[in-house]
Design a protein around this ligand. Structure first.
Ligand SMILES: [Zn+2]
Length: 211
């Protein structure tokens, strides 16, 4: 349907978010000190850039698992990817994806300042691939052509977790709803897939959780 969200966006987009000094971004994690944790890192290494809020996280690593909750008629869904960096760190990237377009005056987006679909980021849905909001039911293509500012797009929500071992990865993928901490079906599926490629994740999943 669209390009994979985890593939590198164009560099022009990255430049605006890049931070020249990454060395102290995660002071509690020092690859030089711990070395490749949990044994060898398997799989083809490639350069990966993922969005996290308004910045971009870049690293060299391998994709261990990728799961999406998208169904044929989905308007919103979640995608979860698990990577392992060449130095052993685990990186999880979760995206709340939306392909919905609204009329600017739709009651469902009142108070939200959504961008015009023509101004969306390159890794989000293009105007022609968006689906109409069931409330305001815009004719997306013709209304956007007549007045680009009249059609607004819901934006994707990105989250990145950087974890020093498989146990903290599993912990980071728990969600907390109404005070209940749990591992979603999506997270469980992504971890199971990743465990097929990574011995440390497999070992962590096979470890009894003492609570
Ligand atoms: Zn709407």
């Amino acid at each position: 349907m669209r390009t994979h969200p985890d593939e590198s966006p164009p560099d022009s987009e990255i430049d605006g978010h890049s931070n020249s000094d990454h060395s102290n971004m995660y002071p509690d994690i020092d690859p030089a000190e711990h070395g490749p944790v949990g044994g060898p890192v398997n799989g083809p290494m490639r350069r990966i850039k993922v969005r996290d809020g308004i910045r971009v996280v870049a690293f060299t690593g391998t994709l261990l698992g990728h799961i999406t909750s998208e169904r044929p008629d989905s308007l919103h869904w979640t995608e979860l990817s698990i990577y392992r960096k060449e130095d052993g760190l685990f990186i999880a990237h979760r995206v709340g994806v939306s392909c919905v377009a609204h009329r600017a005056d739709c009651s469902a987006i009142e108070g939200k300042n959504l961008p015009a679909v023509a101004d969306m980021k390159s890794d989000e849905f293009a105007t022609e691939d968006r689906r109409p909001c069931p409330v305001c039911r815009p004719d997306i293509a013709s209304e956007a052509a007549a007045d680009p500012a009249s059609i607004r797009g819901e934006t994707d929500r990105h989250w990145v977790g950087i974890c020093k071992d498989a146990f903290s990865l599993i912990s980071a993928l728990h969600t907390n709803r109404h005070g209940v901490r749990s591992l979603s079906g999506l997270a469980s599926a992504a971890l199971s897939q990743a465990a097929e490629h990574d011995a440390q994740i497999a070992a962590a999943l096979n470890t009894e959780l003492e609570v």
